[in-house]
Design a protein around this ligand. Sequence first.
Ligand code: NAP
Length: 271
Amino acid sequence: MSKKVAIITGASSGMGKSAAFNLHEKGYKVYGMARRTEKMAALIENGMEILPLDLTIDESIVKAVDTVLEKEGRIDVLINNAGYGSYGSVEEVPIEEAKRQFEVNIFGLSRITQLVLPTMRKQKSGRIVNISSMGGKMYTPFGAWYHATKFALEGWSDCLRIEVKQFGIDVVIVEPGGIQTEWGEIAMENLNKISGNGPYANLAKKVITSSNKNKSKLTPVDVLGKEIAKAASVKKPKTRYLKGYLAKPLVGMRKWLSDRTFDKMLMSQVK
Ligand SMILES: NC(=O)c1ccc[n+]([C@@H]2O[C@H](COP(=O)([O-])OP(=O)(O)OC[C@H]3O[C@@H](n4cnc5c(N)ncnc54)[C@H](OP(=O)(O)O)[C@@H]3O)[C@@H](O)[C@H]2O)c1
């Protein structure tokens, strides 16, 4: 039988890149996609395919999926991994930027899923792995727009799962905790740029300082790369995989503590 075909968005760094290598090792034909194609050279060197993808541009999404279908005629796995953290106070993040956050983390992700589904339906098989976050279940200061996208992705994925089960398609959610990738730096850069000087500067600086302090405790990226590849390839996947630094304790506490107690616990970490 020919190799199973997997698309991974956000394969130019972090968990997407690691998942690409892990799925390639498992024998999948991997297509890595991202804007910075130069950062995916290692994928080509190791026998994978790469394609440019900007999730904010519809033609880019259509072209990427069409190219895979022309070459392979099938898509077995879609890993919706690309995303970023638009951090900053609700008051100060421009609505244009909030829309961009949704464009990448939700609408672009939804569009590529829509384009892949007809093929998976015809095949009567397929797997869609959505990379959410522990932040799809709990919250952090200044992450309102980011959490809004991940909370949305949780509910969106649940609906999709029950819609497409009848066609033999599995929908799986991966909820990483704190992981060693570019994500944290980008989120804290955004926070500093947006809220580093105005009325929220005092709290913003504390959040940035505590994030820097925790860097060494974050989970190595390959742990999640392996977990994502497992979620994409095991015969009977779980609906959710929660893994990485603080993921289980924070999601557990959010579930069992009152709102006010959870707020206090959270804010005691950024004093
Ligand atoms: N790291 C964490 O602690 C953590 C925790 C929970 C959840 N997550 C989630 O895990 C996923 C992967 O993040 P990561 O930690 O691996 O971060 P990362 O290293 O920053 O990787 C993010 C990827 O998304 C791609 N991307 C960003 N904007 C894009 C756009 N407009 N179009 C296409 N691709 C775009 C980037 O590629 P280009 O810039 O080259 O386009 C990059 O490959 C994200 O959804 C993130 O929210 C991360």
